[in-house]
Design a protein around this ligand. Structure first.
Ligand SMILES: [Cu+2]
Length: 428
């Protein structure tokens, strides 16, 4: 089994999937232990207030890829991205060991909606009706959607569409929450809260790419249906074009996502320009929910690691599990951590709207990896684990991809091919 890699904290990379998809009650931190108090004007996050993304250095990823070619697979010796402030590095759940116990207890707790009994039953029946060897789509699934919605690089997205996009995101931030994702204070924060609550299920495991693909699609549908976004397609941000100088990337401007400043000592810098200037976030840091400003803290030395070489190392991996881990803990995680502050918060990073441009890029490369196999097999087959048991329950095309009501739950087989299933888009 390829996912036997042990990560820091001694937790198997797939053990995160042992927790069910339920909405945990937010962790209550006693007042005396609060890192900061809610203030009239929301403060920036101390950068030590949350666990960051777990990452792997490019040299280690390269070594592993090379070893794989020679049929030898050593463990990766070192990880980077340990928390600032001397905290322990996050374990595979993206939760540092200090609060891992409380966190998993919370995640296991049955919860306030949104996961309805119907959802849970759907999960059970979808899986139980599946043949565990069902890793290939049946022959009848050959039709494609109509005209796939085109996804293009940010620089190729029309100016008018860029404006419409940031307006629609701001619109979602101004809409009331559904009430299904307490303590979200806006419709936008419904998405942040779901990501925060389910982090152990959707990171550092084989569900990562698939779940986030459908999560981004769900967000897009909300922008369109609830905020009237009518642009053709969506943009992704090809971060490799700005490696080493993210701050100059054309989306970090006063017209769109605001600037990308360095941190402010041990805290992020509140964003005061762009469409999201002065935004107060209410989900995070980490598993908490305290008002804080939208903040960033770029590390350009780290952004230089989000480059084509690293992307190509991951793209060269020949099976899904190896590619997924390389990509998640490589440029995906490094991109998050290097934008910094809110974006570096594993749990609550969707609080920064640039999260979506980042994850569109993550999905773009996933799609490119799938297309590398010209037989289309990577759009029709899956492998890996659906839980953390040993031996694990195999991930199959019928494994549920739950979305807690943001969109109807679907299955892996409906998400693997973005032009044949639950979605309809393609990258240009
Ligand atoms: Cu995520």
């Amino acid at each position: 089994m390829k996912l036997s890699l042990t990560l820091c904290g001694g937790v198997s990379a797939v053990s995160a999937l042992t927790v069910p998809f339920t909405m945990p009650i937010p962790i209550e931190i006693p007042d005396a232990a609060r890192i900061f108090q809610a203030a009239a004007s929301a403060p920036a996050l101390p950068l030590s207030a949350f666990p960051k993304f777990e990452t792997v250095k490019m040299e280690d990823a390269m070594q592993e890829a090379a070893a794989d070619n020679s049929q030898e697979k050593p463990k990766i010796a070192s990880t980077q991205g340990a928390d600032a402030g001397g905290q322990p590095a996050p374990n595979s759940n993206g939760v540092n060991s200090q609060n891992a116990t409380a966190d998993s207890a919370s995640t296991d707790a049955a919860a306030p909606a949104p996961v309805t009994p119907a959802t849970v039953n759907a999960a059970t029946s979808a899986d139980s009706s599946s043949d565990d060897n069902n890793s290939t789509l049946s022959a009848e699934k050959t039709s494609t959607c109509g005209t796939p919605s085109p996804r293009v690089e940010w620089r190729d997205f029309p100016t008018r569409s860029k404006r419409a996009l940031v307006d629609a995101i701001a619109c979602l931030q101004s809409k009331p929450p559904s009430g299904q994702f307490s303590p979200a204070t806006s419709r936008y924060e419904d998405f942040v809260r779901l990501h925060q609550a389910w982090t152990p299920n959707i990171h550092n495991n084989d569900m990562f790419l698939i779940w986030h693909r459908y999560f981004v699609w769900s967000f897009e549908q909300a922008l369109r249906k609830e905020c009237g976004l009518s642009v053709d397609g969506l943009p992704y941000w090809d971060e490799t074009r700005d490696a080493g100088n993210f701050a100059a990337a054309p989306l970090f401007t006063g017209e769109y996502f605001g600037s990308l400043p360095k941190g402010n000592g041990t805290a992020g810098t509140c964003i005061t320009d762009g469409r999201f200037a002065g935004t107060t976030l209410h989900i995070g840091p980490g598993t908490d929910s305290q008002p804080h400003c939208l903040s960033r803290a770029v590390d350009e030395k780290m952004t230089s690691e989000v480059n084509k070489d690293y992307e190509n190392i991951c793209l060269s991996r020949t099976n899904f599990v190896d590619f997924a881990r390389c990509w998640e803990q490589g440029p995906h995680g490094i991109g998050h951590n290097s934008v910094g502050s809110v974006m570096a918060d594993v749990r609550s990073s969707p609080g920064d709207p640039v999260f979506w441009m980042h994850h569109l890029y993550v999905d773009r490369v996933f799609s490119a990896w799938q297309d590398r196999d010209t037989t289309g097999a990577r759009r029709r087959t899956i492998e890996g684990c659906a839980d953390g048991a040993k031996p694990c329950k195999p991930l199959t095309l019928k494994t549920l991809v739950p979305m807690a009501g943001l969109l109807p739950d679907t299955t892996v087989g409906q998400v693997l091919d973005s032009t044949n299933g639950a979605m309809c888009y393609s990258y240009k």
